[in-house]
Design a protein around this ligand. Structure first.
Ligand code: CP
Ligand code: NVA
Length: 328
């Protein structure tokens, strides 16, 4: 498998075999790290991380992974560069492409990261846009593989805003890997019809399926994986909270939902999650709307079925695999 020089912008750009290769490589690099086997094969290379939105997992994963691979890192925060204000993406791409071996970008529209990749001349990795969150996908699939032993045929249920970065990416990834993807949510939050049609077509070829349903009992029945994400994403205006709470509360992941799923089902969340009142936003929402937990109850989040911290750890191993495969 030769992926050298490729950018990693969205899973639509990769074949099932290539996606499987990233997952396998992530597992191998994880095992090397656990055994203390050095893998600093990218010594002497430099990468730059551009974050126009905040991050904990993605930034730390890129930095730790780069260091483990022997690389040096520059971090540009949302205010610390000329990007978008004094300098276009096209010009920025051509400047950074002269200095670095790879660029990570987290920001708003997918078209920005696509443009960066078009002009940089080096691999660009999408660290999250409004439309897609592809590095999260390799971590999530590695986690499912580790916990359930396989991917093909897994019933994967996504609850919440199924038309944003996480829902879109998971639908594409599940379809490519022959899984049974279900978006179980209010119909106003169903994914874009064109993307859904694309995924249904892909699923026909891989033996998977794509289902959209508003019925919680049917949607989650015998699920292997129950997945959710925040109801309001980074960059969205505060005014949407009231509608989201009204529309998505019936799709909260709680004990009832986990009881519809298989006994062996796992709960996943890309994090950060609103499952208690220990965050500023959690407390603000509590004051305004009286909720103590949102997309997932604290009981489910803290239960034995929850694999969210294994999933978070796997971000680092999978981002390492993505950089390794595209740079080595
Ligand atoms: N899951 C995820 O991307 O987390 P961060 O926003 O902390 O990077
Ligand atoms: N949908 C969330 C994902 C965070 C990792 C957001 O965009 O804020």
């Amino acid at each position: 498998m030769n992926l050298k020089g490729r950018s990693f912008l969205k899973l639509k750009d990769f074949t099932p075999e290539e996606i499987t290769y990233f997952i396998t490589l992530a597992g191998e690099l994880k095992s090397k790290k656990k055994q203390g086997i050095a893998h600093d094969d990218l010594k002497g290379k430099n990468i730059v991380l551009i974050f126009e939105k905040t991050s904990t997992r993605t930034r730390c994963s890129f930095e730790v992974a780069a260091h483990d691979l022997g690389m040096h890192v520059t971090y540009l925060d949302p205010a610390g560069s000329q990007i978008g204000k004094k300098e276009s993406i096209k010009d920025t791409a051509r400047v950074l492409g002269r200095m670095y071996d790879g660029i990570e970008y987290r920001g708003f529209g997918q078209e920005i990261v696509e443009e960066l990749a078009e002009y940089a001349g080096i691999p660009v990795w999408n660290g999250l846009t409004n439309e897609f969150h592809p590095t999260q996908m390799i971590a999530d699939m590695l986690t499912i593989q580790e916990k359930l032993g396989h991917l093909q045929g897994v019933k994967f249920v996504y609850m919440g805003d199924a038309r944003y970065n996480m829902g879109n990416s998971l639908m594409v990834t599940c379809a490519k890997l022959g899984m049974d993807y279900v978006a179980c949510t209010n119909k106003d939050y169903f994914p874009d019809p064109d993307l859904t049609a694309y995924c249904k077509k892909v699923a026909e070829e891989t033996g998977g399926s794509v289902t959209l349903t508003e019925n919680v009992e049917e949607g989650t029945k015998d699920a292997d994986v129950i997945y959710t994400d925040v109801w309001v994403s980074m960059g969205e205006p505060e005014e949407v909270w009231a509608d989201r709470i009204r529309d998505l509360t019936p799709y909260q992941v709680n004990e009832k939902v986990m009881n519809y799923a298989k006994d062996t089902a796992i709960f996943m969340h890309c994090l950060p999650a609103f499952h208690d009142l220990e965050t500023g936003i959690g407390r603000q929402i509590h004051e305004k709307f009286g909720l103590t937990e949102m997309e997932v109850t604290n009981d489910v989040f803290e239960s034995d079925q929850s694999v969210v911290f294994d999933e978070a750890e796997n971000r680092m191993h999978s981002i390492k695999a993505i950089m390794y495969a595209t740079l080595k």
